[in-house]
Design a protein around this ligand. Sequence first.
Ligand code: HEC
Length: 141
Amino acid sequence: MKKILLLILVASALFAVEGKIIFEKNCTACHLGMVSMAEFKPLFKAGKIKAPPMVEIAAKIKASININPIGDNDNAEDIHRFTVIAFIKNYVTHPSWDYYMCDSVAINRFKVMPAQTHLSDEELQAVSEWIYDYFEGKELK
Ligand code: HEC
């Protein structure tokens, strides 16, 4: 039993690492990850920011998507996590201003994100899960 638990722990830790690595390799050319407002502002003013930081994106998407399960379904939190991850995963391959959720400042400042079509389904899933979990409770401030 202990061995199985250990295996599960190691496997989930590897998955988390993989999501982080995928983010660093494929997203940080444009997106900052965790950043404070004090670090962000001067970079933004200097025109060095190419996309909204992921800490901001994660918080905005989580706050925009509200889940109201009906009947006796009480897994609102799990459904929320699943839905946000599914949105991020789909956005990466199908970006559009039509359903973009971040700050409207971005619309004036950036072009729509170029679709990232080189990642596998597993990689997209891992990076989207990592984004949800890593930035949990964090915000740009
Ligand atoms: C070439 C630059 C570039 C790369 C690389 C890039 N993005 Fe973006 N991304 C942008 C820009 C610009 C925006 C803001 C405009 C938009 O939403 O399309 C954005 C917005 C987003 C959004 C916001 C959607 C919303 O509703 O607010 C998500 C989620 C996202 N990116 C995820 C990713 C992930 C995950 C990766 C790596 C796999 C990635 N991006 C790689 C430029 C990039």
